[in-house]
Design a protein around this ligand. Structure first.
Ligand SMILES: Cc1cc2nc3c(=O)[nH]c(=O)nc-3n(C[C@H](O)[C@H](O)[C@H](O)COP(=O)(O)OP(=O)(O)OC[C@H]3O[C@@H](n4cnc5c(N)ncnc54)[C@H](O)[C@@H]3O)c2cc1C
Length: 399
């Protein structure tokens, strides 16, 4: 029979949120066991942001997160915000810079952040077990306290606080699993439907016809869905569309819904064409629009709609159709690139069952959920790591 090792806190998942919670709790003198089923902690941190980890954003607001319960993230974000994490990095001498739109990246390698978190766990005397798989969780009476007992391939462990920090479903090849959702179901918590998010769109064959030959072309565009819009670059791919604006809108998109795209967001194209008719009547539409957009994209887009003529030969109805074609292009993605390539999972453990202050389940004392496993999904730009740091820190204060 396995010996039972006892701790105050067991955290499952040594990713961003789990590491943060582990050293925060350990720093309070709690005896913490951190369990990771992969071969090493923090694999997503290491590969994130092209190896430089976009670890937070200078401006983080609740509006940057999607959840069935939009108020849930407010408390943790206000108690541990971007500047708290930045202060931690500065104290440790980790150098960083702003790339664009408030997005902060490591100047050196993302591994510097992981090394810092691991070192903080070591100083807080956290015990970390890798390649440890949890086979069974039981909650019951043990030495007068309600405790959680875990059977794993590396032995039997118990603690009065159990933290689920096992993340979402994206990037299964580096350890993502549905473990957190299984635990939620075991303890009768509700789940919000999950979907791959911060992900590229696929388009079906008929739509592909429109974008054939554009693979590798990028453009600045305003992309809209469900009343939300993002202005950033888009990228045509051999399967559909990608680029930051597409990843952002994928957070909001539901299967079957239409995406609207404005390829010339700075102008009113109908007005501009009417001005060209006065100022440059003999120039062709391709030449004129080619001056505003990548030539290849302008030409392909015009070919799809109409004949290329001198601009003074277009009548009012054609002008409206051309403007709509460039400024309100509508398409329905046939799907997404899926969890294999998605940066995050939208949906997850329903937050209404949890305290937004402590992250403890209201009906299941001692059970906590933090990070991406929860139904809280951030925009592209450092918001998801910030959620992991904020929720991990706050739970670490109470476990
Ligand atoms: C390629 C990529 C790039 C990204 N870049 C950025 C970025 O630059 N900025 C940003 O803000 N966000 C980025 N993200 C999103 C960000 O990585 C996640 O939102 C964040 O890591 C979530 O933290 P977490 O601790 O909740 O989960 P994770 O970091 O995913 O950690 C969960 C841990 O739990 C482990 N685990 C899973 N199941 C079990 C189990 N059954 N038993 C034990 N352990 C288990 C996993 O192996 C993993 O180590 C990126 C994601 C990807 C995939």
């Amino acid at each position: 029979m396995d010996l039972l090792e006892t701790y105050d806190v067991i955290i499952i998942g040594a990713g961003a949120a789990g590491l943060m919670a582990a050293f925060t709790a350990g720093g309070r003198g709690r005896r913490v066991l951190l369990i990771e089923h992969g071969s090493s902690p923090g694999k997503k941190i290491v590969i994130s942001g092209g190896g430089h980890c976009n670890f937070t954003n200078l401006v983080v607001e609740p509006a940057n997160y999607i959840s069935q319960n939009p108020h849930f993230c407010k408390s943790a974000l206000s108690r541990f915000g971007p500047y708290d994490f930045i202060a931690m990095l500065e104290k440790a001498g980790v150098r960083y810079h702003e790339k664009k739109l408030g997005q902060l990246f490591c100047r050196g390698s993302a591994r510097e952040i992981l090394n810092l978190l691991v070192e903080k766990c070591r100083l807080a005397k956290v015990t970390t077990l890798t390649t440890c798989s949890v086979q069974k969780i039981e909650r019951g009476e043990y030495s007068s306290n309600q405790r959680y007992t875990l059977n794993t391939n590396l032995g039997k462990f118990s603690a009065s606080s159990l933290v689920i920090a096992s993340g979402g479903l994206s990037f299964p090849k580096i350890g993502a699993s549905d473990f957190g959702y299984q635990v939620a179901t075991q303890f009768a918590l509700r789940l919000q439907p999950t979907q791959a998010a911060l992900v590229s769109f696929n388009v079906d064959l008929s739509e592909m016809e429109a974008i054939r030959g554009l693979s590798g072309t990028s453009a600045d565009a305003l992309v809209s869905c469900r009343g939300q819009d993002f202005r950033e670059s888009i990228l045509f791919t051999h399967k559909g569309l990608s680029g930051p604006a597409i990843l952002q809108i994928s957070n909001y998109w539901h299967p079957g819904e239409q995406i609207t795209m404005n390829l010339l967001p700075d102008i009113d194209l109908a007005d501009t064409i009417r001005q060209w008719q006065q100022q440059r009547p003999k120039a062709t539409l391709k030449t004129l629009i080619g001056g505003l957009l990548t030539k290849k994209l302008a030409e392909r887009w015009i070919d799809l709609l109409c004949e290329n003529k001198a601009v003074n030969q277009y009548h009012a109805k054609e002008i409206s159709a051309i403007a709509a074609h460039f400024q309100q292009w509508r398409f329905i993605p046939s799907g997404t690139g899926g969890y294999r390539i998605a940066e995050v999972t939208r949906g997850g453990v329903d937050t209404t069952a949890l305290s937004s202050k402590t992250f403890e389940c209201k009906q299941v004392p001692g059970l906590y959920f933090i990070g991406e496993v929860l139904d809280v999904t951030g925009w592209l730009g450092g918001y998801n790591f910030q959620w992991a740091w904020s929720s991990g820190y706050c739970a670490g204060l109470y476990v």
